[in-house]
Design a protein around this ligand. Structure first.
Ligand SMILES: N[C@@H](CCC(=O)N[C@@H](CS)C(=O)NCC(=O)O)C(=O)O
Length: 237
């Protein structure tokens, strides 16, 4: 059985990481049996020091993109087999937009906006023993900030980052239109990927940001997110 290593369920969301949500949603959509292991301690055993990773018949695969690619190849394109080459190309573009851009606007909202940082610090680092809790959280926040500068997103102003998120959300909403899923009535890896980020922005009320408020103004994105949550995560009430 596939073993999934992730951070862990928070409320009704199966993980605070969109990449872990993407992977778990994929497994559920594909109907592949899996066992999950939760906790930041698994970062230490992750080959890329990030979560998620999976163990599949003894093979370890790290990074959600490679995990989904491995599972699609192994299981005869179980989710994307019905897509044309053109649809796959569009899906690829949207998935990169989500993973490489929209994701970072969420990171900014959670880690950099001071009112959310206070919440995140308690949530992720609250159980650190004294005196570690005095300096470790700030050190990690500084590293995140550095990573955002390296990526480029961290060089923009707050309003520019909100504008980037708004453009990405508009594109997702326009492409979804009144379809049930991004390519019609059948789910694909793009749906799992979009659900990964939209579940954080739309379903979670832990953090507040105008980008998340913006996401909730798109009725079709809200309906899509609830549809997937209700269908695939009914066990998380
Ligand atoms: N490209 C990776 C990104 C994974 C990733 O960034 N995971 C974050 C959580 S959202 C993480 O593990 N961060 C912990 C760290 O950097 O120490 C994927 O698609 O899986």
């Amino acid at each position: 059985m596939i073993e999934l290593y992730k951070f862990g369920t928070v409320g009704r969301i199966c993980d605070p990481s969109p990449f872990c949500v993407k992977t778990e949603t994929y497994l559920r959509m594909a109907g592949l049996p899996y066992k999950s292991h939760s906790g930041p301690k698994y970062l230490r055993s992750s080959p890329k020091d990030k979560l998620p990773y999976i163990r599949d018949e003894g093979e370890i695969i790290s990074d959600s993109t490679f995990i989904l690619r491995h599972l699609e190849q192994k299981h005869n394109n179980i989710l994307d087999g019905h897509l044309t080459a053109e649809q796959k190309a569009v899906a690829h573009g949207f998935m990169k937009m989500i993973d490489e851009e929209l994701y970072w606007t969420m990171v900014y909202a959670r880690w950099i906006l001071d009112h959310n940082w206070v919440i995140l610090r308690g949530m992720f680092f609250g159980s650190l023993p004294f005196p570690l809790k005095l300096f470790v959280p700030n050190m990690i926040r500084k590293n995140v900030e550095k990573g955002m500068k390296g990526h480029g997103i961290g060089r923009h102003s707050e309003s520019e980052i909100e504008e980037i998120a708004a453009m990405d959300l508009q594109a997702l909403s326009d492409f979804l239109g009144d379809k049930k899923y991004f390519f019609g009535d059948r789910v694909s890896t793009l749906d799992a990927t979009a659900f990964g980020i939209l579940s954080q922005m739309i379903l979670s009320d832990t953090f507040t940001a105008s980008t998340f408020d913006k996401a909730r103004t798109y009725k079709n994105l809200v309906d899509f997110t609830n549809r997937i949550q209700d269908k695939y995560f009914a066990d998380l009430t």
